[in-house]
Design a binder for this molecule. Sequence first.
Ligand code: THG
Length: 273
Amino acid sequence: MIIIGEKINGFIPSAAQAITTRDEAYIRDLAIRQTEMGADYLDIAAGTSPRLERETLAWLIGVAQDAVDTPLCIDSADCQVLLDMIPLVKKPGILNSVSGEHGKCEALFSRTADSEWKIIALTCDERGISPDPELKYNIAVSIIQKAGACNISADRLFIDPLVSAVSTAGRALLNFTETLVKIKNNYPGVHIISGLSNISFGMPCRGAVNRQFLALAMSAGMDSVILDPTSGDMQAALYATEALLGRDKHCRRYLQAYRRGIFGSPLTKEGEE
Ligand code: THG
């Protein structure tokens, strides 16, 4: 699994506070802890008014890449903002995100064609988010073809099938996996990604719902995710699911993560057994 750490995000109240007071130590700590817990990328979202978004992202990017070498996943709904941040980032990471909306992904793909930047694309367009997996798949195909036309290889593309809330759409997971399986069957090299929190919107015990979603989506073929890597419960779900899906020989990685204290409360520390 490719793990994108979600915690440097101005939509989270504690991070918003740190952004307002320009609390470098707080953001550095988020970058370091998520990296120590195995994040492959760090999501960076300003979460402020559009007027302040560029300035805030620039500050967050500077603080994060001063603290760690982990590549960044720049998170903005505005394509032009994403493009404007590229020169500030030391090494190519992920641009999160574009949609199939007319002209948007074309611009981003052509500007990043000759780079190593990866791109997250959402299965929505000017008509909004469809509840129909077939329509979502068609949008994904159109995005994949536009990327291909710019010589962007499949492994640089992450498709987010935009899971709905199960509280309002009972088939949210099934709709998500149907879209995912169709994409993976026809374009196996393209990554499938999701945030975990949309599915549990409006429900109590959201973490439990999010973790079951993670397991079921991984089982269906999701290979990347935006989550909180500092959560032991989430880490346990992640490592257990990898083992259960036969991707962790002799459960070695599960056991090693447990011993290192990534989740659970180990009886013995590493090197003591
Ligand atoms: N798809 C794509 N990008 C995304 C999302 C997605 N970017 C934003 C979001 N969804 C993923 N990021 C978050 C960040 C925080 C939370 C959820 C998703 C969250 N945080 C807890 C809260 O706000 O209460 C607090 C967690 C904490 O304390 O760290 O729920 O779906 N492409």
